[in-house]
Unconditional design. Sequence first.
Length: 508
Amino acid sequence: MENRAQFGTRAGFILAAVGSAIGLGNIWRFPAVAYENGGGAFFIPYLFALLTAGIPLLVLEFTIGHKFRGSAPLSYYRLNKKTEWLGWWQVLIAFVISTYYAVIIAWAMSYSVFSFNLGWGKDTESFLFSDYLKLSVDAGQTGSVVPGVFIPLVIVWAVTLGILFKGVKKGIEVANKIFIPALVILFLIIVIRALTLPGAMDGLDAFFKPDFSKIADPGVWVAAYGQIFFSLSIAFAIMITYSSYLPKKSDITNNAFITGFSNSGFELLAGIGVFAALGFMAQSQGVAVQDVVSGGVGLAFVVFPQIINEFPAFNEVFGFLFFASLVLAGLSSLISISETYVAAVSEKFGISRNKAVLFGGGLSAVISILFATQGGLLFLDVADYFINQFGVAFVGLVEVVVIAWFLRKLGAFQSHANGISDIQLGAWWKVCLGVITPIVLGWMMFGLFKMNLLKEFDTETGNYEGYSDTFILYSGWFVAAFAIIVGVAFGFKRWHAKTEADSYKEVS
């Protein structure tokens, strides 16, 4: 009998996986990426990327976790002792992301409260940076802790760690069974309301109008693969960890398809809601939709408050629904991100789950206070840029190349997945992971390094956002390097005896 924690139901696992995939980026990144890369025509490379990279990679990571029954480092160790460091690299990337991701959720929590009286006022940009974040120091300076960010940050971590303390079945599964349906219902209400606004159809026309000339642009295809890669929580150690909690008889391939299409369905829903609202804003201001399109933090905390201000009725309700949606999407992702290092630390050092939550989650929570200071936004901006550009995409490429090219394990994983799945993996799966995905990710990384890495050493263009060399070095490059250096170092430490890393029964 297996002692490892398990999800109680298949629906519980799928909701947890979908909850991890659906995050803040689905709401504020996808609509802008789709619009800038051909509108309706973008869905062609997007769907192709989903079927040739997204779902195949989900199948791969689900299979690794299910077969080897461990966190990412333990699963990679059991795959091949020389690849444990790869799992730790992914876990450390997740750790870094959790420290600042929690702060953005705290912002959304604050804005949920501001919605009740439209507390951001008319100048939403000035309110965000000056009044709320109190950004009044130079890059590299922390200033004092901002109470308006720190207090909701404490709540975010209290909720997240409280759920992790409850475990997989009673904590993560129960939370996602509440969060994900609630998120979908809230966002459906937002979309339906946005579609009734004047100018909404102009926004949708801008979003869906296809520009087929963009299809010939390689950059559009890279953008599609990048969106799929970042939005599905691939190479974060998350899906390996979650799938290790699956019962032995679980349909891996079906689960991957459901997770992938659910994530994409929500992204489409988000695009409709966001562009309907942007169309309304454009009409209200008497400008074209293209003049109000935005993405990222600016869309959520500057543009959307402006849109809410212009609502003909029920401004406060719409504002609360929108920011509550961000909170739910963020929390479900933060829980999954944190679970990666909780599971890894517990197994590596042979400590209880509660101690791992207290140590790993507590350390992440303490570090996150840095991003709740007056200079926190600048630290967050650089850390996010470097860990994503030179961490997540790069480790994903290494993962595929190591498994497909060096270890040549795709055949074994294919047999394992086919043995318990209704949808059988054919040659297409091995071609996707062995040829298409490495080439596209390799090309993507080459472009990123050429565009970003070389720029850092170009005296004419300067550093990212014009930050100083020193600030970029310790808050950017060091953060990206930290994940791989510490990951490799952890790989040299022996596993605790009670983990039985070498003597386990592989699922067959």
